[in-house]
Design a protein around this ligand. Structure first.
Ligand code: ADP
Ligand code: ADP
Length: 239
């Protein structure tokens, strides 16, 4: 089944910059899709349209068969809840513990006071451990995020995203600020979510070799347009 469908999608930013132009694209449930292209090609714009971090300016965009462009209120909240997202700079609360950061994925806001940990049921706390276990970070439960390496922080961000039981994981340059070895650990985690949990993954990547190693399919953007789309078996070095 189709999980995400772009139908002639356009995105023009308020200042007139074209972010996306005439995008037609179907992403199938369970796929791991790498989105490649130069800086400014529109990769981030494409991802952020899917969870409505921003709105498209033309065409239609469906998630799980439903057009999301008109979503408001509860529908919009449910959409965002069903989609996990991680970023190049992790977006964690640095001075706080791994546990608190991961638990915050359950409610979608960050619990400020010590007492607010009471907001979380024992089920939430168990879930946080399960999520951290999936990215091999349980031993860092009480560690402050700013004491972790970049790779470890990204894995905590993945665990936080898992708290909502997402159907889709969007990864916006997830390894761009990591060294190669650490990058591999993060990519391995994304692959495990995809293969073991069946989560559909879209990852913006600069590295074509990594895209070839991890993805089922490579989609290429240039100046906001889709210029490449091939299953991994058909990708050739000369492309
Ligand atoms: P990529 O992720 O491939 O680097 P982006 O999606 O970030 O590309 O950007 C696509 C184009 O849209 C670029 O020309 C970029 O400068 C522009 N752009 C991105 N965000 C904004 C914004 N908020 N306002 C105006 N232009 C933007
Ligand atoms: P990873 O491969 O997961 O990124 P590293 O090999 O970079 O981990 O880090 C190894 C150890 O060094 C980890 O236990 C981590 O907590 C610690 N570490 C790495 N960077 C920092 C840092 N900036 N501050 C404190 N500890 C760090």
């Amino acid at each position: 089944p189709v999980m995400i469908e772009f139908d002639n999608v356009q995105k023009v930013y308020p200042n007139g910059t074209v972010g996306l132009k005439d995008i037609d694209l179907k992403i199938y449930e369970g796929e791991f899709v790498a989105v490649v292209g130069l800086s400014g090609a529109g990769k981030s714009t494409l991802l952020r349209a899917i969870n409505r971090m921003h709105d498209v300016t033309g065409g239609d965009l469906k998630v799980d068969g439903q057009s999301i462009v008109g979503y408001k209120g509860k529908e919009l909240r449910n959409l965002r809840r069903s989609i996990g997202m991680i970023f190049q700079d992790f977006n964690l609360v640095n001075r706080s513990s791994v546990r608190r950061n991961v638990l915050s994925g359950r409610v979608g806001y960050y619990p400020t006071w010590k007492s607010s940990l009471d907001l979380f049921s024992s089920e939430d706390k168990k879930r946080a451990l399960d999520s951290l276990n999936r990215v091999n970070m349980t031993e860092k439960l009480y560690t402050r995020v700013d004491e972790l390496s970049g790779g470890q922080q990204q894995r905590v961000a993945i665990a936080r995203a898992l708290m909502q039981d997402p159907k889709i994981m969007l990864a916006d340059e997830p390894i761009a600020s990591l060294d190669p070895l650490t990058a591999t650990a993060v990519m391995d985690d994304l692959l495990s979510l995809n293969k073991d949990l069946g989560i559909t993954v879209l990852a913006n990547l600069h590295s074509v070799p990594l895209a070839m190693k991890y993805a089922d399919r490579i989609v290429g953007l240039r100046a906001g347009q889709l210029v490449y789309d091939k299953p991994i078996a058909e990708v050739s070095q000369d492309d």
